[in-house]
Design a protein around this ligand. Structure first.
Ligand SMILES: Cc1cc2nc3c(=O)[nH]c(=O)nc-3n(C[C@H](O)[C@H](O)[C@H](O)COP(=O)(O)OP(=O)(O)OC[C@H]3O[C@@H](n4cnc5c(N)ncnc54)[C@H](O)[C@@H]3O)c2cc1C
Length: 398
């Protein structure tokens, strides 16, 4: 059984049910409608959907395609990274609201008789004895229930209750920033790209969601109260001073209710499993938002978990060595991406947020963007991660 139906939980449940493994997935919310999520479906995830025969139907959902990431500073510098040369059938990022993506995946999973999704069902504890997990306690409108399972997969996100109950060792890093998250309208003719804006002590990233921009405005870690205390008018001025094109629209941020705070966290379990339990996705490793890779890394985990486990689960015997293999297949990629995110944070974001001088785009980014031999490396990392898994679990006939 699977706790949590985010990208990791939805896809691992889809794949296991497709291979004929009975799966119960519990989702604590009634729906997937949460604004506080990423929307970026990268080429590697599109390729996985393609391997499953889902890409065409998925891309029929309303979406926008972005094939470049543009950084511009208020001092007039700009660099662009293009995904158009990545070797993929899908050389772009598809922006699909995460709720649409999850509704799509779970609706597709319904065609497998082995798939059951329970909404409004919250995992509250693991059932375990002698260090072995044998099921899950969960609560729904009818009360508290116990369900036994060969394996509990914890895909319940960065605040994972199941990984807490499993008591797995975790190391936490401290990204130097938090994020204010809000929207303003987007005009026809504005760039299709993901737009990064850099000003003196200020940074923001604008994500194209069709008729509006979803804006991530970075602030120094723990600085939210100070910024709120200065008032919404001062905040609007700050936004307009870095995202110059939004100056005539910042009034759309009516008050602080329109501005959500994302406390950025990054961590990683050093052991993703114990007998009868496996953590994947953000439950195993909360990612920093840099590069917008969280969904895609969670999807890669789900694919590898199903690749390794489908046969053992169908036979009803999963060993701890099987679970260790899932971690082995995924951990290196996660560690490399987290190290990359950490280098960007300490080498660029932190000094920029702390500086009062006119902002510049780091020399290294300008060099990389210009040199043909290097310029495709960042887009490739965003497109595929460190390694791109393929679906090895089968679709059970009949
Ligand atoms: C503001 C924000 C912006 C982001 N932007 C991006 C982006 O642009 N691109 C990107 O790739 N990533 C982005 N991310 C990260 C991305 O959303 C996550 O990395 C990704 O969703 C992880 O997937 P997951 O399935 O592991 O966990 P989650 O998406 O967190 O899913 C966990 C699911 O479990 C459910 N759940 C939790 N606890 C329980 C419980 N006890 N019982 C039952 N269900 C439970 C939750 O309701 C949720 O549906 C962003 C994250 C945030 C917060």
């Amino acid at each position: 059984m699977v706790a949590g139906c985010g990208p990791a939980g939805a896809l691992v449940s889809y794949l296991l049910a497709r291979a004929g493994v009975p799966v119960l997935v519990l989702e604590k919310h009634a729906d997937f409608l949460r604004d506080f999520r990423g929307d970026t479906i990268h080429p590697s995830t599109l390729e996985i959907l393609d391997e499953l025969g889902l890409a065409e139907r998925f891309l029929a959902l309303p979406h926008s395609k972005v094939s470049s990431v543009m950084l511009r500073s208020t001092s007039g510098q700009s660099v662009t990274f293009s995904l158009s040369r990545v070797p993929s059938k899908f050389p772009y990022i598809a922006f699909v609201p995460q709720w649409d993506f999850l509704e799509f995946l779970t609706a597709e999973a319904q065609r497998f008789p082995a798939f059951t999704l329970k909404r409004n069902a919250e995992a509250i504890d693991l059932i375990q004895s002698g260090g072995v997990v044998s099921g899950l306690r969960y609560a729904d409108a009818d009360g508290t229930h116990e369900a036994t399972a060969t394996l509990v997969i914890g895909a319940d996100g960065r605040e994972s209750r199941t990984r807490e109950a499993a008591g797995l060792p975790r190391i936490e890093s401290s990204p130097p920033m938090d994020v204010f998250w809000f929207r303003v309208s987007r005009r026809g003719g504005e760039p299709e790209a993901v737009a990064g804006r850099i000003g003196a002590g200020k940074l923001c990233v604008m994500l194209n969601r069709g008729d509006y921009w979803q804006v991530a405005y970075l602030i120094p870690k723990g600085g939210a109260d100070r910024i709120r205390a200065a008032g919404i008018e001062a905040f609007r001025r700050d936004v307009a001073s870095v995202a110059l094109e939004l100056a005539d629209r910042v009034e759309e941020i009516r008050d602080w209710n329109d501005v959500k705070l994302l406390t950025v966290r990054a961590d990683r379990l050093t052991r993703w499993h114990k007998p009868g339990y496996l953590a994947i996705g953000d439950a195993a490793h909360a990612m920093s938002p840099i590069g917008g890779v969280g969904i895609n890394i969670a999807i890669h985990d789900a694919v590898e978990a199903a690749n390794v486990l489908w046969r053992a689960l169908r036979e009803g015997r999963v060993t701890d060595a099987d679970l260790a293999r899932v971690q082995q297949r995924r951990e290196r990629a996660v560690r490399i991406i987290q190290a990359f995110q950490s280098a960007v944070q300490t080498g660029f974001l932190k000094p920029t947020l702390e500086s009062a001088r006119p902002a510049t785009i780091p020399l290294i980014a300008r060099i990389v963007a210009r040199l043909p031999i290097l310029r495709d490396m960042p887009p490739r990392l965003i497109a595929f991660g460190v390694s791109r898994p393929h679906v090895e679990s089968p679709e059970r006939a009949g």
